[in-house]
Design a protein around this ligand. Structure first.
Ligand SMILES: [Zn+2]
Length: 372
């Protein structure tokens, strides 16, 4: 959360002024993006309650399930509230930077300034990037390969912590970007969790953000270009991404942590905060306009989510007051909950065989009598 970041002060002057003057070229674009995101037409969040789940058992992400209820489906209409992006991210600091208001030069951190530098550079090259992505879209990459292409050309370009690792289980098994641009990929063990609870591999880890690709198995071949990742339609993938999001947040324990779900032309965001036991689920947001170009508003929203450590303001007290908690912690209970709290690990926990629910066929050799 921005509030918890060390408030490292900038060396006054040069870099601040340089970045600010480059930013002016995109001032209108950013103001429009912020206006768009203040409405319910782009991306909104709801709260998710887990009714049942297998998070207390040794279980890989691919077998994770949770029966959930969104607050939007609650019988009590007073519970059906949505959250907009500016309720979770610091729009004020962005406005102040654009307008050089509110003593902004003294308030911004180095990493916030770096984040702006990334955004500006991205906008400066957006046409070229759109073209690259469009060529890659024509090749119809699926699942984790498509996420790797977006990771290289979009997500990593926007990120302050742009260290990106692709899980070794990803479909193409290449050490270069699947699009053919020859950008080297860091491929490794992205597993996270603990063998006695939910665990498994995250497709991409980009600094403090997990990125999950829609699994190839779930694609409908004939309609892959127009397919919409509709709420409820791919429940199995949603179960998996909820499990991954919860584990990743428990692992980091730094407040409200987003996990990005990437599917074809859309992305969606889950955010979980273990302290409040609150789980937010966003609507889907399309990355491209009708002509196949990247949408500035979507890029801006992605930039905020990816750089949540710089801009996320965390759980608001009105979200807490609503009381629509995930209930994950009361469902899982101790001792499994203690594993989430203190024993999660990064690496070395790829789909381990279950030690709790391991099925073993019974062996009858020499042990039985036939009933008479
Ligand atoms: Zn590439």
């Amino acid at each position: 959360m921005a509030a918890n970041q060390p408030q490292k002060r900038l060396k006054r002057g040069r870099s601040f002024s340089q970045i600010h003057s480059r930013l002016m070229k995109f001032k209108n674009e950013i103001f429009i993006a912020m206006e768009n995101l203040r409405t319910d037409r782009w991306i909104t969040f709801c709260f998710v309650k887990i009714l049942h789940c297998n998070g207390a058992y040794a279980c890989s992400f691919s077998k994770a399930w949770c029966k959930t209820q969104r607050n939007l489906d609650d019988v009590d209409e007073n519970k059906r509230l949505i959250v907009l992006l500016p309720d979770l991210f610091d729009f004020e600091i962005i406005t102040n930077f654009l307008e050089k208001g509110g003593d902004i030069e003294n308030k911004m951190t180095d990493s916030q300034l770096t984040a702006f530098d990334r955004l500006i550079t991205f906008f400066e090259n957006i046409d070229e990037t759109s073209k690259k992505i469009e060529d890659a879209r024509a090749k119809a990459f699926k699942g984790s390969s498509w996420a790797a292409v977006l990771g290289v050309h979009v997500l990593r370009q926007l990120a302050v912590s742009n260290e990106m690792m692709i899980d070794s289980g990803y479909a193409d098994h290449t050490s270069e970007c699947p699009c053919g641009c020859r950008t080297p990929l860091r491929v490794g063990d992205n597993s996270i969790g603990h063998k006695d609870v939910w665990h498994g591999s995250l497709d991409i880890i980009l600094g403090p953000v997990a990125v999950i690709a829609q699994s190839t198995d779930d694609l409908h071949e004939e309609s892959s270009t127009e397919f919409e990742w509709k709420t409820g339609e791919l429940e199995e993938s949603r179960n998996q991404i909820i499990a991954e999001s919860i584990v990743f947040s428990f692992f980091q324990r730094t407040g409200l942590i987003p996990t990005l779900g990437i599917y074809s032309n859309e992305f969606k965001v889950f955010m979980y905060d273990p302290h409040y036991d609150l789980l937010y689920e966003s609507s889907e947001l399309s990355l491209f306009d009708g002509r196949g170009d990247l949408k500035s508003t979507s890029v801006f929203a992605l930039w905020l989510v990816i750089n949540h450590a710089q801009f996320c303001t965390g759980v608001k007290s009105c979200h807490e007051t609503l009381g629509y908690i995930a209930d994950f912690q009361s469902l899982v209970q101790k001792p499994a909950l203690s594993i989430y709290e203190t024993e999660l690990q990064r690496g070395g926990c790829k789909h381990e065989k279950s030690s709790v629910w391991k099925y073993s066929a019974f062996d009858v050799t020499g042990k039985y009598k036939i009933i008479e």
